[in-house]
Design a protein around this ligand. Sequence first.
Ligand code: C5P
Length: 220
Amino acid sequence: MVTIDGPGGSGKGTVSQLLAARLAWHYLDSGALYRAVGLAARERGVSFEDGAALARLAAAADVRFEPQADGQPARVWLDGRDISEILRTEETGCLASRVAQVAAVRGALLGKQRDFRRLPGLVTDGRDMGTTVFPDAVLKVFLTASPEVRAERRYKQLKEKGLDVTISGLLGEIRERDARDAARQASPLRPAADAEMFDTSGLDIVQVVEHIYRQLQQRL
Ligand code: C5P
């Protein structure tokens, strides 16, 4: 089990998927679960203030990942509907970070996340994978990068998907989301005490994967 936590745009998604492919291990994108719950809440008109209703929604949500060939990100299904495109927008990220503040939502998703643990191993990314969900992981990594670098990475990712975004708009949204994720009481965004810290700002993602891979080999 390897956990890779960090803020949006730190490279954790790409790093985790490449690492999982290299190890031939399973991969869990925990942020997709929060994004799916945020979307479901908005679509069903559930109030973001109603923690109990949000938790019921989280417990009932049937989120499935359909791995793709050629290193493409998995398609994501919510209650039988393909939500892969809308899932990745920054707006959905903001909905996710709002439902993620609710402790009961986090509780409802805890068991679902732990169910992804399978042989031969799991690489997972998120905010609290190392601190709360998988505290016994053999290796915990916490990635960071400056907000400017993260906004630029997000910009490239979203532009490739044909979405209409600006760097300055993304920078503002990223800062707002970080502040909310770090300030919340329930499992705030912070490194585990025993996490390996990496600033990926000036680094090539492939180098980061290689470094983490070598660290893991020393521990297995
Ligand atoms: O990683 P991603 O950008 O997809 O996450 C979307 C939001 O979901 C984050 O901003 C955060 O609020 C929430 N999240 C979380 N805990 C996780 C993963 C995501 O609170 N393990």
